[in-house]
Design a protein around this ligand. Structure first.
Ligand SMILES: [Zn+2]
Length: 182
């Protein structure tokens, strides 16, 4: 049971230190609680929050609920980090776009004869047949210097790695899995 929507969670009840000098010169450091927009909570509001918080923390299942929520939060932030790294965008239905293929087009050096074996179709291409080949590098997806004969093969390599990556982490319900391939 997710009792907090980890995506919409906002900071609530920020403790604010207040230094008060009493008439006798004694300086006290006290706290008040500040909500959104910097307003200090009224006593009744704060007491209500405090009582409800105590009721929650005193529940026998509180520890279990906290652990579950924190696991969800950990999962969510892990995914946020990866989404940012892979330049995924949020869609209208709250999912994320499938990681967009990212590869480099490399020019064969013409000074010597050499070939590249495609990591997708297995075809060997050389500088006598075509001008370019493609490479893929992405630490998140576990791609390191994968080579492809064409941009089509490079896209296949990318999409397969991204798919595996999503399923391995249980992210499939958060991503649009349709890659728009023709
Ligand atoms: Zn190929």
């Amino acid at each position: 049971m997710g009792f907090v929507d980890v995506r919409k969670k906002q900071l609530f009840l920020n403790p604010e230190k207040i230094t008060i000098t009493e008439d006798n010169g004694e300086v006290k450091e006290l706290y008040c609680f500040v909500g959104q927009h910097g307003y200090i909570y009224q006593k009744e509001e704060f007491i209500e929050v405090l009582e409800k918080a105590m009721e929650f923390y005193n529940r026998p299942d509180a520890e279990e609920l906290i652990e579950k929520q924190n696991d969800d939060q950990f999962f969510w932030w892990g995914m946020q980090h990866a989404i940012h790294y892979l330049n995924c965008e949020e869609t209208n239905d709250g999912k994320y776009t499938f990681p967009k293929p990212d590869f480099k087009k490399k020019k064969f050096t013409q000074t010597r004869n050499w070939s590249v074996k495609c990591n997708w179709c297995g075809k060997k291409v050389s500088n006598t047949e075509q001008e370019h080949y493609f490479t893929l590098n992405n630490t998140e997806l576990g791609l390191s210097m994968e080579r492809a004969c064409t941009d089509v093969c490079a896209t296949h390599i990318w999409n397969e790695s991204a798919s595996n990556w999503i399923f391995a982490r249980g992210y499939e319900k958060y991503f649009v899995m349709d890659k728009g391939e023709s």
